[in-house]
Ligand binder design. Structure first.
Ligand SMILES: *Cc1c(COP(=O)(O)O)cnc(C)c1O
Length: 415
């Protein structure tokens, strides 16, 4: 907490900085307007008007009707809720999703399997794209729902949701998309997409953590996942998180106005970073298709290094990036997304995701591309994975010297 180090943040797919405008919008609901929006007296009803106002703004972001928006606690809850509802309302027992979903879906799918449901995790191609033919073949008479993410959080690869939804419609199967990575980066129009359910999470669009929403298309049958009071028109029990809901509304408004910046300036920063790394650092390769891809994300494999070691050294100089998703950090398994793309475990373990956002500057990218090459070089010099590496009994000595050099390179006082 007391670190004076300036943060250079390249992990916007994990979470985003709260926009100052969003924080400002929340304050009155933390300090003065703390009434319960379900209370009948004016002090509550007044708060309720702001909840409904936020609902209109979130609806506008995805071209939905406010009645189609249910606030939840997070993107994970929204995803779980959509699938849960589809299973209950259809009485069917088969779910189709993909092998590259966020752990919100992967682990919920595994959980459902243990409960006796049947879950198909569709494979992807080497570039992370989806073969729609395989989707068509996977749909069965007992399929309740198809849940396919709109854009991948690790590679940025975008799936053709409009086509996925059309296939589902033609087969009479419900369709959900996890669009958590999309707002502010691509326009979202649920009518054009034709999905029945869509999930968002506010902390990926410059609002606080702990608030998400599920779009449920008009006339789609729905069974709540969180059961309790009659909040959210009976679709989600629990007293509304008013400050967070208000924040989500403000962030939704802002996301529409930052689309342009994400797709021009931020995309330019991402491309500069990616091109520089791929050209200047040997034995690097981009994971996933170049397009269609989110404008802010690049995932790069650095052969002969462990991503965790790179991230540690980057962390020491104030650079935040990640390997895989935040939800899998700490596990030694390579990313399930990269594995599903057929990338070898060794290459996957040397892969790093850089995800940019509207608060990134040219200076951030300059700083990163200045510091990254020597870090990779130092780690490769001591890496037993490196085919050029000297034999094993020299390893300790070389390793020790390199560690010293590393610290010198990082500007650390090594006495
Ligand atoms: C972050 C993320 C989620 C989870 O959202 P939470 O609000 O953190 O639960 C789900 N899907 C994707 C694609 C994400 O990036």
């Amino acid at each position: 907490m007391s670190q004076p180090l300036k943060i250079h943040y390249f992990d916007n797919n994990a979470t985003t900085r709260i926009a100052p405008e969003v924080a400002d919008a929340m304050i009155p609901f933390l300090r003065e307007f703390w009434g319960n929006p379900s209370s009948a007296y004016g002090f509550g009803a007044q708060v309720n008007r702001h909840v409904e106002n936020a609902r209109e703004k979130v609806a506008a972001l995805i071209h939905a009707d406010p009645k189609e928006i249910t606030f939840t606690s997070c993107g994970t809850e929204s995803n779980n809720s959509a699938i849960h509802s589809a299973l209950l309302t259809t009485g069917k027992n088969h779910v189709i999703t993909t092998a590259v979903e966020h752990s919100a879906n992967i682990n919920f799918g595994e959980h459902l399997k243990k409960q006796g449901y049947d879950v198909t995790f569709l494979p992807v191609e080497g570039d992370g794209s989806l073969d729609l033919h395989r989707l068509e073949q996977a749909i069965r008479p007992d399929t309740a729902i198809v849940s396919v993410m709109y854009a991948n959080n690790e590679t940025g690869v975008i799936f053709p949701i409009e086509e996925v939804a059309a296939i589902c419609r033609s087969r009479g199967v419900l369709c959900h998309t996890d669009a958590v990575q999309v707002p502010g980066k691509l326009p979202i129009d649920v009518k054009q997409l034709g999905v029945d359910f869509l999930s968002l999470s506010a902390h990926k669009l410059h609002a606080p953590k702990g608030i998400g929403m599920l779009y449920v298309k008009r006339r789609t049958r729905y069974q709540p996942y969180v059961i309790g009071g009659h909040q959210e028109r009976g679709r989600r029990g629990g007293t509304e998180g008013v400050p967070n809901i208000v924040a989500f509304g403000r962030a939704a408004e802002l996301a529409m106005s930052t689309l342009e910046d994400e797709n021009t300036r931020v995309r330019g920063l991402r491309d500069r970073l990616e091109n520089h790394v791929l050209r200047q650092i040997p034995n690097t390769i981009r994971n996933g298709a170049k397009k269609p891809r989110l404008p802010n994300t690049t995932n790069i494999a650095f052969d002969f290094v462990e991503a965790e070691a790179v991230l540690l050294l980057l962390d020491q100089i104030g650079i935040c990036a990640s390997s895989g998703s935040a939800c899998t950090t700490g596990s030694l398994d390579p990313s399930h997304v990269l594995s599903a793309m057929g990338i070898s475990p060794m290459r996957a373990r040397g892969s790093i995701r850089f995800s940019l956002g509207i608060y990134n500057t040219e200076e951030d990218v300059d700083y990163l591309i200045q510091h990254l090459p020597p870090i990779i070089q130092k780690l490769r010099d001591i890496s037993p994975l490196n085919p050029d590496h000297p034999d094993n009994d020299q390893y300790d000595i070389v390793g020790a010297r390199s560690k010293h050099e590393q610290e010198m390179a990082l500007g650390k006082d090594t006495h």
